[in-house]
Design a protein around this ligand. Structure first.
Ligand SMILES: Cc1ncc(COP(=O)(O)O)c(C=O)c1O
Ligand SMILES: N[C@@H](CCCC[NH3+])C(=O)O
Length: 416
């Protein structure tokens, strides 16, 4: 079922016309479909239904309380990377016993908060972090459950900015060092070894990098067993891509079948940390065409959303499909537009070379904006962040109010 459809020449999210959302909540506005979110979570989980598993939604992809709460009710765990994300998950009703804590720079305060919350596992990313976690846990009289994030050194075949499983990046520990660090961990009194973790990158659209990485992780699990270290879970990370234009990422069922086949008869729980795959295509960013402007060589549609609202095009040159919410059926000429925002940067674009028939005031939907859209937004140019709305059938809920300009400098003060 597609939750974003054209009905009576107007794009709808479930049963609600996007034009009515723009009228009621104004633009720019993020709109999510509850059924698309639910379906994504359920179909990802379905592939693992008869094996011990935990799907930990990567909060960074979309930390909206309403989305976290929806996933928590569906049984999700959460992959967090900061004390802020921990607090959000708890505020949204997430179960701390289903939280994995990733990230290369965990502070003592963040470790303490996570130990107090009694989370499922720390994904430790360096030998120094392991030592610090042991010290913090010892000071608190607790034992920290850990996995070591290993870099299997496989090419994720994705954008270099979002590839993380190679030897020479800041994430995780080198595969070759992992056994030694586990042996050190085994001697630490306030560390309990629970798992092995890996995450090789994001927006991966082929199956092979996942399988190659999993092979290496399984070899490590077996080597650990030979050294008397029994692993209870393998966290295979996130990274499954989505279709932004014509990509064909692996189907969830194909992914699950292949991973389970590799696991074989090993008695370990499988943990995953999908972000984008659960939310990316469940959200759009609505924006209004403010001005049309024509130069000698280019046509510009200047819209009211900008790089501060959706950073991916400016940051990664990422492609997002852009649709007119009510495609024009009159004689307006279709032109090739640069879709740009009002921010004072030449890199502030949402799409290049889009052929659209536009009139000022038209509403556009930037598609596939549910992941790393709102979560990476900023107040650059003192622009309030967009409102967020979730559609549930024929109901529409405001899940985050539009920021007010006064909010943006409320924490500031002038010199006396
Ligand atoms: C450790 C970790 N887990 C999970 C994710 C989620 O990735 P994705 O949104 O590509 O599934 C990320 C982001 O790449 C990450 O860094
Ligand atoms: N923010 C990135 C993905 C990075 C994933 C974080 N580890 C994106 O928008 O595609």
């Amino acid at each position: 079922m597609n939750s974003f459809t054209l009905k009576n020449n107007t794009f709808h999210v479930e049963n609600i016309a996007l034009t009515s959302i723009a009228d009621e909540f104004n633009t720019p506005c993020y709109v999510y479909s509850k059924s698309a979110l639910t379906q994504a979570f359920e179909s990802f989980s379905a592939g693992f239904k008869d094996c011990d598993h935990l799907v930990c939604f990567a909060v960074k992809a979309n930390p909206s309380l309403a989305i976290l709460n929806l996933f928590a009710k569906l049984g999700a765990g959460f992959d967090i990377v900061s004390g802020g994300e921990l607090a959000r998950v708890l505020a949204a009703g997430g179960d701390p016993k289903k939280i994995v804590f990733s990230g290369v720079g965990k502070t003592e305060a963040e470790m303490q908060a996570a130990l107090n919350a009694d989370i499922f596992c720390f994904n430790v990313e360096s030998a120094s972090e392991l030592q610090r976690l042991n010290d913090v846990a010892s000071f608190m009289g607790k034992v920290a459950p850990i996995s070591l994030r290993v870099n299997p050194n496989v090419d994720a075949k994705t954008h270099p900015y979002i590839s993380t499983g190679l030897k020479n990046n800041k994430f995780g520990v080198a595969y070759e060092d992992a056994l030694d660090i586990y042996l050190q961990a085994a001697k630490m009194s306030n560390i309990a070894i629970h798992g092995v973790d890996c995450h090789i990158g994001s927006q991966i659209t082929e199956l092979s990098p996942f399988l190659d990485a999993f092979d290496r992780v399984l070899a490590l699990v077996d080597a650990l067993a030979e050294n008397g270290i029994v692993i209870q879970h393998i966290d295979a990370g996130g990274g499954i891509g989505i279709c932004y234009s014509d990509e064909t990422p692996p189907e969830f069922t194909v992914f699950a079948t292949a991973m389970r086949a590799k696991l074989g008869s090993r008695n370990v729980k499988l943990v995953f940390e999908p972000g984008r795959a659960l939310v990316g295509n469940a959200g759009v960013l609505l924006t209004k065409v403010e001005y049309l402007k024509h130069t000698e060589s280019k046509n510009f549609a200047i819209v009211d959303a900008a790089m501060n609202d959706l950073m991916r095009p400016a940051l990664y040159d990422a492609y997002h499909d852009i649709k007119a919410v009510q495609p024009r059926q009159d004689d307006t000429e279709a032109l090739t537009y640069e879709i740009v925002g009002p921010v004072c940067e030449s890199g502030d674009f949402l799409g290049h070379d889009r052929t659209l028939a536009l009139v000022e005031g038209d509403i556009l939907a930037i598609m596939s904006a549910g992941a790393y859209g709102m979560s990476m937004s900023s107040n650059y140019n003192t622009r309030p962040r967009a409102a967020e709305v979730m559609v549930d059938g024929d109901q529409c809920h405001l899940i985050r109010k539009r920021e007010q300009i006064a909010d943006l400098f409320a924490l500031e003060q002038c010199l006396p």
